[in-house]
Ligand binder design. Structure first.
Ligand code: SF4
Length: 289
């Protein structure tokens, strides 16, 4: 375990803060005067996000407010005292929203079927409403680099799409802006940080939902790659920010009718028919995130 106060902990903390600051800047996530609604599930990701945002609040050139929000979905055994006690202890403004989505989900979904889709839809609607009530200008979620990679692969393998969780998006109500400040941070680093900080973690299996088997399969595959070919993961993540539409097959992103003799060179394309020695030798040809 990385002990708090150790040199390793300092480096870990510095790295998480640096990557979070960089993602915020890269995607223009936070501006002067923003009110950030930090969604707190009680998992390691949400605590790390809140902790890091609070640090950045003290050093960032822009001024912004943070309100921590927890949605108590009335799952059996949810320890409802833990988050309010934590928020009081660290002195962050907060709101606990109580909505019994658990009963709705149990009533509507047949036993044995996956409940996450309805549950997360209900949760999303409530959080959008609460953001408006609080006057929040941004809704911050604790998703990290590995969530983004897993979603990317799930979409590719099962959805036939190249897409993932973006670091910033306009919510599907067309009004709220959702941000993911931990977009560049690795899950293992978040776990180490949360353990060292002794955040009061709330278990995520209280709803009794079946584990998401496909997502778990992606997680296991990437964990294996992380051990054997860590460069693949870095390169895959960097690739998401280096798309060459003229070298894909999506006709809605690139007008292939433009290709006529003498139409001029295409930016960022590779050289027709040539192989790239560096790629063939497994060397990186760009700076990886
Ligand atoms: S794991 Fe449980 S709480 Fe989370 S989205 Fe699925 S049903 Fe809802």
């Amino acid at each position: 375990m990385t002990a708090r106060g150790s040199r390793r902990f300092e480096l870990l903390e510095k790295n998480i803060r640096r990557l979070t600051g960089r993602a915020i800047a890269d995607f223009d996530m936070i501006r002067d005067g923003d009110v950030i609604m930090a969604c707190m599930s009680g998992g390691a990701d949400s605590y790390t996000m809140l902790d890091t945002l609070r640090y950045l609040q003290t050093v960032a050139p822009v001024k912004f407010e943070i309100i921590a929000v927890n949605l108590d979905q009335k799952q059996p055994g949810f320890p409802e005292h833990i988050l309010p006690q934590y928020f009081e202890r660290i002195g962050v403004p907060y709101r606990i929203v109580e909505e019994d989505t658990y009963s709705i989900v149990k009533e509507k979904i047949a036993p044995g079927k996956t409940t996450c889709s309805l549950c997360s839809r209900l949760r999303r609607g409530i959080l959008y409403r609460v953001a408006k009530e609080l006057g929040a200008t941004k809704i911050a979620l604790g998703h990290h680099r590995d969530d983004i990679l897993h979603t990317f692969m799930l979409n590719m393998f099962y959805g036939g799409k190249i897409k993932t969780m973006p670091p910033k998006l306009i919510a599907d109500d067309g009004e709220n802006v959702v941000i993911r400040p931990l977009a560049y941070v690795r899950e293992p680093d978040i776990k180490k940080y949360a353990a060292a900080m002794e955040f009061p973690i709330i278990p995520c299996n209280l709803c009794g939902s079946q584990p998401n088997l496909q997502r778990q399969a992606m997680r296991e595959m990437l964990n294996q790659w992380e051990k054997t070919n860590p460069l693949w993961i870095k390169s895959m993540f960097t690739a998401m920010a280096n798309i060459t539409p003229s070298h894909m097959l999506d006709r809605s992103l690139f007008d292939f009718t433009r290709f006529t003799a003498g139409a001029g060179k295409e930016a960022h394309g590779d050289t027709l028919f040539d192989r790239d020695d560096k790629l063939d030798q497994g060397q990186s040809v760009i700076n990886l995130v």
